[in-house]
Write a new protein. Structure first.
Length: 191
């Protein structure tokens, strides 16, 4: 078990987020995410009646279609289950993401377009794992298919987490040009 053994406990709420990345035949990429929330006990909902254990309170889908540069070409948002009948009406607003690039500044742009009453909290939250899935789907496959290039700019993923710090061992070994640690002049270690 990856976490230490927990204290005795009872499951009350479950949130599942599943994301998948697909390469389309037309050269674009579909990145899909689904968020579901459920309880382990029955409870009454004013607009939907009694929800039974395991019945989704939220069941929401999001599909971003992106190009090789991770520019959003199309968006489809669907709310199959929500606590209020009005919730699905906001789905078309997610088309405001079209034209944005997944990368630095994306979260800020999402908040400007879909923050607060302009969007749905749950679908906006789902954008985080969907965007990460897009990067993990597109970048590694394109890197394998395209010849290695001497990039004029530092790769975007450097300095985005502690493992890929510019002064760290991984950058020293895999991206020596961008390494900035104490032994920046030293050759990379053998693998």
């Amino acid at each position: 078990m990856p976490l230490p053994e927990p204290a005795p406990r009872t499951l009350i709420h479950r949130r599942d987020v599943v994301c998948r990345g697909f390469r389309r035949d037309d050269g674009l990429w579909d990145i899909e995410g689904r968020l579901t929330d459920s309880k382990t006990y029955p409870f009454d909902n004013e607009q939907r009646g009694t929800l039974e254990p395991g019945e989704p309170i939220h069941d929401m889908w999001l599909r971003l279609t992106v190009d090789d540069e991770l520019v959003v070409r199309a968006v489809c948002a669907v709310t199959e289950a929500a606590p209020f009948a009005v919730c699905p009406a906001i789905a078309p607003a997610f088309a405001k993401l079209e034209g944005l690039r997944l990368g630095p500044g994306f979260r800020r742009a999402v908040q400007e377009r879909l923050g607060g009453v302009q969007g749905c909290t749950h679908l906006v939250e789902l954008l985080g794992p969907v965007a990460t899935t897009a990067y993990q789907t597109v970048a590694p496959l394109l890197a394998r298919e395209r010849p290695a290039r001497d990039h004029a700019r530092m790769p975007r993923h450097i300095d985005r987490c502690h493992a890929l710090a510019r002064d760290g061992e991984i950058v020293r070994r895999h991206y020596p040009r961008w390494y900035s640690g104490a032994a920046a002049d030293a050759p990379p270690a053998e693998r």
